[in-house]
Design a protein around this ligand. Sequence first.
Ligand SMILES: [Zn+2]
Length: 306
Amino acid sequence: MDESAKTLRRKRRVKRLKVMIISTFFILVTVPIALCIWLGCRLHVTQNQLDEMTAQYEGQLKLTAQLQSEIDAYADYVPVIDETKQDDLPDTSADSKDMHMHKVYLTFDDGPSANTAKILDILDEYGVKATFFVTGEEADTNPERYQDIVNRGHSIGIHSYSHVYRDIYRSKEDFVRDYQKLRDYIEETTGMAPTIYRFPGGSSNTVSKTDMDELCEYLQSQGVTYYDWNVSSGDATNPALPTKMIVNNCVSSIGNRDTTIILLHDSGSKTSTVEALPEIIEQILAMDDTQILPIGEGTEVIQHRS
Ligand SMILES: [Zn+2]
């Protein structure tokens, strides 16, 4: 009896030891592997966000420098008006009024997402049409979001299927494949063949491994016009800017331009854009001689590379 009791105790000890070894193995091996996979995924997402923010920041710097040189050039030009001949001038008040009509285009990148529906409702509320440069992220899951944009009278453009900079800009062939995939999808889903494009990061991005001129020429050969922006809302920053600042970024320089194309985002994380939108629209509509339009035929082209 004593002997079998000893054997039983030994067996139990061995069993406990086995459980401890397996648990230790699980903690030391499985948990770090899972952690590595999770960190890898986070790194990929963060890298992509960083790429886009860097490209947009560089685009904005270039734009600022361009605007400064335009201001400098204008400062050198002082027209000489002979007041004695004022009465001989034809009355062009009607023409000049039309010429000074400020056209504002609200453009939303990176959607559609759940926020797109909220943005469409706000736009409807104010009777305003906008432009959506979409990606293919929701192509498989929510085709109705693409249809909604078109059915409610807004312009739809291509912003790349994958929005992964390293894939799209690796070569011209990669760019074309990505472009065609989304173009075909939009046409099949909405019945509308898109003719406008916005490069991820803008045409002035510095992350492309392919000559951007080559990609611009390709789009031109397809009858597609690419649009950049001349006002950035700043809504792509992480953490998000305060709503007031987004509104101010959008409206502060409209008065000086004939054409203002504002960069906004309607991806799932951009809730501050949704919050800022009513105020942006109200302030623009309150401006004299200013209208909000969707990008279409005849819209003045704003391109960072031109
Ligand atoms: Zn984008």
